[in-house]
Design a protein around this ligand. Structure first.
Ligand SMILES: C[S@@+](CC[C@H](N)C(=O)[O-])C[C@H]1O[C@@H](n2cnc3c(N)ncnc32)[C@H](O)[C@@H]1O
Length: 238
């Protein structure tokens, strides 16, 4: 992915992202206003971007809100990119990136004013363990923003197993969060479809593994596109 300008270009076009944002998910640019507002961070507060990948979305939100940023991901390669991008977009000293996992952030209890986790909570095994960890790391009243997918029909066998029974409202409430809002975003889903359609139609020399992987992911996703809903969730820590 790090060395695939073709894949980045396809996603950038359909998600309307600026060049060199440094993302790995499929969150469109229009979502960032909404997420930044929902997180309601105090200037000088601390935002934690969990499974941040190359960090672009968290860096952009920290920039808009004037907060400090800690990004956590289990890919040291992605974090190397994130450090470079943060130095360019935020300047020195505002952001730190650490290797960690969704279910163990290795951060003190109650340290974060806000946590965001884009297109990644479904990788935690189980997602409920990640939500408990997010609650532990958030200060009381701290805000959480998640983007992911949920099955249109719970338990649908055509849906990958990690998403098949995901029910964020139930999981967030069980983890003790308040003010839980879980909503569908049809326009985000349409942008994602556009990117997959272009990836599937792109002819290349077969030497770009990230493009090949997006094409494969696109084929699978388009085959049963209606089985998943694009979801954003917000909640407040008690
Ligand atoms: C689809 S990408 C999203 C990255 C970023 N949040 C974004 O939206 O651009 C998923 C990310 O989750 C990370 N990841 C997957 N499983 C993880 C785990 N158990 N702990 C920490 N990071 C994980 C991957 O390394 C990857 O960077």
């Amino acid at each position: 992915m790090e060395a695939s300008p073709a894949k980045d270009a396809i996603l950038r076009r359909h998600l309307d992202l600026p060049a060199d944002l440094g993302s790995a998910g499929v969150v469109p640019w229009e979502a960032l206003d909404e997420i930044a507002q929902a997180l309601r961070m105090p200037t000088d507060g601390l935002l934690v971007d969990v499974a941040c990948g190359r960090g672009g979305y968290g860096i952009e939100i920290a920039k808009r809100s004037g907060t400090r940023l800690i990004g956590v991901d289990f890919s040291a390669v992605a974090l190397r990119d994130a450090r470079r991008i943060a130095a360019r977009r935020l300047g020195p000293g505002r952001a730190e990136f650490r290797v960690g996992v969704l279910t163990d952030l290795d951060l003190p209890t109650g340290v974060a004013d806000a946590i965001m986790c884009t297109d990644s909570v479904q990788f935690a095994d189980p997602p409920a363990a990640a939500l408990s960890e997010f609650r532990r790391v958030l200060a009381g009243g701290g805000r959480l923003a998640l983007t992911t997918w949920q099955p249109t029909s719970p338990g649908d066998p055509r849906v990958v197993s990690r998403l098949r029974n995901l029910d964020l409202r139930r999981e967030l409430e069980s983890a003790g969060f308040h003010h839980v809002v879980v909503e569908q975003r049809l326009r985000w889903r349409a942008a994602e479809r556009g990117a997959y359609e272009e990836a599937v139609a792109t002819v290349d020399d077969g030497r770009d593994p990230a493009l090949a992987s997006l094409r494969e992911e696109g084929r699978r996703a388009l085959d049963s596109f209606e089985t998943l809903q694009r979801i954003v969730a917000y909640a407040t820590a008690p």
